[in-house]
Structure formats: C-alpha cells, structure tokens
Design a protein around this ligand. Structure first.
Ligand code: GDP
Ligand code: MG
Length: 442
C-alpha cells in the first residue's frame, strides 16, 4: 500500500503543472491502493472527498511540496477515521472491572483475553478469566491452559451448558474474591448467527460488563465493516482489538471496523505468543499502513524493555549528540532483548526491506551478534569516539578483527552499518515519548 501511494504521489510531484485533473488522477490511484488494502469502499469514497476538500489547488500551484501536502491530507484523514472521538473504558483500581470479549470464532478472542489479562497483570491488576463458551469443544481446556501458563485464575464448567449461567456464577465468585479485572470470554460460532447474538445478549444481561471488547482478525478485509456493525447493533461494543497484524494482514479491515463500531482500537495482536500484543497508537498504525515507517511503535518497544529510570538518559542520547559505536552497541543489545526481529525492524523507517529481507530474521540476529563481538573488542576510546575517522588510523581494524575472530572485511561492514544507523538515528531527533503524540515520519 505504502509503495502504491508513494508512487501515486511521486508521479504527481513530477507534474510541473498541477490542476484539478492531475489531482483527481492522483487521488484515484490512492483510492485504488486503499481499496486493495481492504478499506471499506464507502470509507474510501469519503476519504477521497475529504482529501480533495482539504487540498487547495492554489497551494499546489504555489511551490509548496505537493507530495507532502497530499500525503499529509491522506494521513490525517486516515487518522481521523481511526479516531472515533469516544474514549475507551478505563479500568478502575479498587473495584471489580468486568470486561466481556465478543467476536467470531477463530478471530482470536481466547488468545486475546489472555494477552489482555497478562498485560494488565503486569500493570498491577489482579485479573481472572471466565470461559463462557460452551459451544466449541475444548474451549474450556484451551482457556485453562492459557491461564495456567500465564498464572491467571480461571472459572468454567464441563457440565453446565448455559453460558450465561457460567458467566454469572464466575463473575459472582471473582467479585467475592475481590479480583479487580474479571474477563469473560464468549463463544463466536460461525453459523447460526441469530443464536450467537441471542447468547451474547444473555451473557451481557447476566454479567452487566463495564466494557465490551470486539475482537476482529486483521486479515478479514472488506467483510470487516458489516461484521463489526452486526456486533455493534446487538451489544454496546466499547472498544476494538485487532488481531493477527503480524502475517500479511493488510490492516484495512481494522479501519473499517472502527468506523462501524464507532469505538477506539485499544490493542493489536501481532502473534500467537502472549507477549505479542501492543497498545494501539493511531499515528503509528497509519504510518505503517502507508509504509512510512513507525517511530512511535519502536519507542514503545524500547520503553518496554528499558528500565524506566534509564529512559530519560536514552532519550537524551537519541535527541542530542553524536551517534557513537557505544550507542549502536546498546541498541543492538536492546533489540536482542526485544524478541522477534522482523516485528521490530518492520517498524523502523528504512529498515523494513533493506536491513532484514523476509525470512532472514535468524541470519540478521547472527549478524548482530557478530557485530557485538567485534564491538566487544573495541577500546573505550573507539566506542565513544565522536568521529568515525578514528577507525582509519593504522592497525585499528586489524586489531578489532583479530580480537573478535572476525575478518577485517566484516569490521568494515560494521563501520558502514554504524554510519547508516547514525543517519536513521538523525531522523529521530525531536521525537517525543510515546503517549505525548508521535507524529508522522517522512
Ligand atoms: P477464538 O475462537 O476467537 O477464541 O480464537 P482463538 O483465540 O482460539 O485463536 C484462533 C487462532 O488464532 C489460534 O490459533 C491463535 O493462536 C491464533 N491467533 C490469535 N491471535 C493471533 C495473532 O495476533 N497473531 C497470530 N499470528 N495468530 C493469532
Ligand atoms: Mg475462543
């Protein structure tokens, strides 16, 4: 999607004379790209009209960067589409928050319930989970297994067949035991839709949730809008979680789901593992959708793995001063801690394609380890050098190569890699901490 939009913008920028027709053409290409990313057709049409209204032909003529003007308009239109103006439910300490999960079978509810419980457990809540899915064979076992792994108490039944009764009993028990986050997982049978919706209403009636989270598979595509709408019309959905945004999901369905439910996305799922769960940031998501790269998501990951008291120091380093070998070393060390490479790297502008070709995550992890070994053989002077020219001095490369058991050629590659990273790093200057508003990077 990003490439197509960039292409459309570039071809327009090449036109020295921009008039209505040229702009229309460009918007047509962008609309096609958005449709291919599975954004709902009605939304695309609306977006096209809005962008056109926002972009002033006169501005275009007056030497402003045309590409930037349109890019910005598309970006902010997509952002406002994802921003329903309603705040998500905030968990409250000191009372039992009941959160109910709904969505079609296979979309990732049970997995997501566990991730959600676990993420909040790490924030200091005491979560507990209830299996109100009596439709799918093995549903209770799956939830039990998830909960056991994550150390989360659970409730369910092998004999009771009424999901509303189980949900009510579970909530009552966990309220009495003073759990402050009670999560109700429901069934999401594919067929018999009327029965599913009836069941959902009964459970809602039985537990009176503080929030209903609609879970949708990010690869659902054009069907997302109608699916989301059907749920919203049955129960008061208050938040959305989009799953499976790892794989090749185009993500456009997610935008459509937000528009249909008028509810904010609170998290996204990026893998099957309990850790593969991220807080949602509109601007990051749109940046990624447009292929602009995503600094905010990257910063989130960094702030996740770096102890809080060290964060100001890191930011200071990022925002001022010289990108030394030592900073590169620390970044590699952090990245190694962060888990699946592909995930992280795809968030960094410029990295996605060039640094890590698809399927080469393993190899690049190896490469990074080698780089770190070489840096282990550097002196403090080399690690903290303000000018990379130091490595041109006699004997240094050779010494590093020998000390680390790598070739001189590899050391040279490391040094050019450092230069490239330094240039990328330069782009991060002026970046703010997540939550205080990131921004588009381009
Ligand atoms: P439910 O029927 O809605 O409860 O869905 P499940 O939680 O059972 O998930 C269905 C399948 O999707 C399982 O194989 C999960 O491991 C997988 N899954 C869930 N979330 C994600 C995700 O974010 N990424 C990937 N790759 N798989 C996921
Ligand atoms: Mg399930």
């Amino acid at each position: 999607l990003g490439n197509k939009i960039t292409g459309a913008l570039r071809s327009m920028a090449n036109n020295t004379f921009v008039d209505e027709a040229v702009l229309d053409n460009c918007l047509k290409d962008i609309a096609t790209a958005l449709l291919q990313a599975d954004i709902n057709i009605k939304l695309v049409k609306q977006l096209r009209d809005n962008v056109k209204r926002a972009v002033q032909i006169e501005d275009m003529a007056s030497g402003l960067n045309k590409r930037k003007v349109i890019e910005k308009a598309v970006f902010s239109e997509l952002c406002s589409m994802l921003d329903p103006d309603t705040e998500p439910y905030e968990l409250k300490k000191g009372r039992s928050n009941v959160v109910m999960f709904v969505g079609l079978q296979g979309n990732g509810k049970t997995t997501t319930c566990t991730k959600y419980a676990y993420a909040n457990k790490r924030k200091g809540y005491r979560p507990a989970m209830i299996c109100a899915d009596t439709f799918r064979a093995g549903a209770f076992d799956q939830l039990k297994q998830n909960c056991t792994k994550a150390g989360i108490p659970f409730y369910g039944s092998y004999t009771e067949t009424d999901p509303a009764a189980i949900a009510a009993a579970g909530v009552q028990r966990f309220r009495e035991e003073r759990y402050d986050l009670i999560i109700v997982d429901t069934s999401g049978r594919h067929k018999q839709e009327d029965a599913l919706f009836e069941e959902m209403r009964e459970i809602e009636e039985a537990v009176k949730p503080d929030c209903i989270v609609f879970v949708i598979d990010g690869s659902v595509g054009q069907a997302a809008y109608d699916q989301a709408l059907a749920f919203k019309q049955t129960v008061p959905v208050g938040a959305v979680i989009v799953t499976k945004l790892d794989g090749h999901a185009k993500g456009g369905g997610a935008l459509s789901a937000v528009a249909a439910t008028d509810s904010p996305i609170i998290y996204i799922g990026t893998g099957e593992h309990i850790d593969e769960f991220e807080q949602f940031h509109t601007k990051s998501f749109v940046s990624r959708l447009l292929g602009l790269g995503d600094w905010t998501g990257f910063m989130d990951k960094i702030t996740d793995v770096i102890p809080e008291d060290q964060q100001p120091e890191l930011l200071e380093k990022l925002q001022g001063g010289v990108f030394t070998m030592r900073i590169l070393y620390e970044q590699y060390a952090n990245i190694m801690k962060m888990g699946p490479m592909g995930q992280i790297m795809s968030m960094i502008p410029g990295f996605g394609q060039d640094l890590i070709p698809k399927g080469a995550e393993q190899a690049s992890q190896e490469r990074m380890k080698h780089f770190m070994t070489m840096m282990d053989s550097m002196t403090d002077q080399e690690l903290d050098a303000q000018d990379i020219k130091i490595f041109q001095e006699d004997g240094r490369l050779e010494r590093i190569a020998q000390g680390s058991g790598r070739s001189m050629q590899e050391v040279a590659v490391l040094i050019s890699e450092h230069k490239r990273m330094g240039q990328l790093w330069g782009k991060m200057k002026g970046l703010k901490m997540p939550g205080k508003g990131g921004g588009m990077s381009s």
